[in-house]
Design a protein around this ligand. Sequence first.
Ligand SMILES: Cc1ncc(COP(=O)(O)O)c(C=O)c1O
Length: 419
Amino acid sequence: MSTDLQYYFSKDARVMRENAIRAMSKFALKQGIIAFSGGMPNPETFPITEISQFAQEILRDEGANALQYGLTVGHTKLIEALCPFMERRQVKGVRPENIIITNGSAQGIDLMGRIFLDPGDVVLFELPSYVGAIVSYTNYRANLVGVKHDEGGIVLEDLEEKILQVRQAGQRIKLMYSIPNFQNPSGVTLRWERRPRLLEILQRENILLVEDDPYGEIYFTGVDPASLVPIKSFDTEQNVIYLGTFSKLLAAGLRGAWTIAHPEIIHKMEFAKQVGDICGSSLDQRIIYRCLRDNLIDRHVPVIRSFYESRCQAMLAALEKYFPREVKWNRPHGGLFVLVTFPEGFDTLALLTTAMDEYNVSFVIGQPFFVDGSGTNTMRLAFSKETESNIEEGIRRLGEAIRKHLPAIDPSPQEVIAR
Ligand SMILES: Cc1ncc(COP(=O)(O)O)c(C=O)c1O
């Protein structure tokens, strides 16, 4: 074997990057740390008793079938149950041939890259966006172009401008990837009025939309669920590829997710998945089916919503109390994240070292979420892992760490407490 392993690696493998956020999420495992880094759902929200009972019943009743390979597209009963499930979310007329079950929506995102992207193809991304999708499409050597985001989500005027610029440069735009509800990392939701307009633009321009919706059900008090209706519900021309997941509704380790798309797209995904993993877990898919059939998700999701809502409120109250007023953040109405923005020129990477080493608190830096290289003055805080009292204590410590890094704009501690 040559000592230089680069000799063996393919061109694709040579440019492959690690997901920086997953790397940083490992900080959450450090002993005694207060972790705002990991974006994982809190395991306390997993309905373990019911899942364990379903697993036992399935193994008793279906035995070997539940432990055998299954169809690549997924367990038939689960696929069929997803049609009425989506109908209740206003996505009407979905048929089994429009659905494939994937190992997490992460696999769905990656399969999109696999079947659609040639090197140099353009994918449009919100600024910021989910780093898993950014890394996946970078690995397919796509050209990622950022579209501005404000408190109402994608700025449609900027989208039109970016499309024009890319076309003028002679490049081909295949996909737009978007997370319309309680986005990771910003917590921002795409305003209802912008949803049909976004689709109109993309349809007119022949760009497929990958609508990734892991957080749409995790909304807080006062939110009208009708305002979170999937863009897919406006899609008369099958322009939208919708990704849903059970990771935040049941348990992330079941790796159960689904994609809804044109049957031809589903077929291509099936072929690509077949060579990758043959099929998803037969047992897990049956468990998820039982959760749907017995309405466990409908009964359980209100518990999850209030679990995260109280943590979100604890974080927003602590930010108000302990962070200097030059620092800004959004107030999410669902999901797991808050994005914090510091004055221009501030680098959250330097802050992270201080926060970790001296204050035993972690977060993730914002820059990897921005495909245009901006966002060095941002950080993502996940309120999912810690208890409310830990959240208060962690934000207090982070406030102190920030003061160390921001002496020029630091209000006195009394001022901070007075606000
Ligand atoms: C926006 C987004 N999409 C996809 C995923 C992956 O989820 P899954 O567990 O379904 O693979 C995550 C996970 O954090 C996410 O935040």
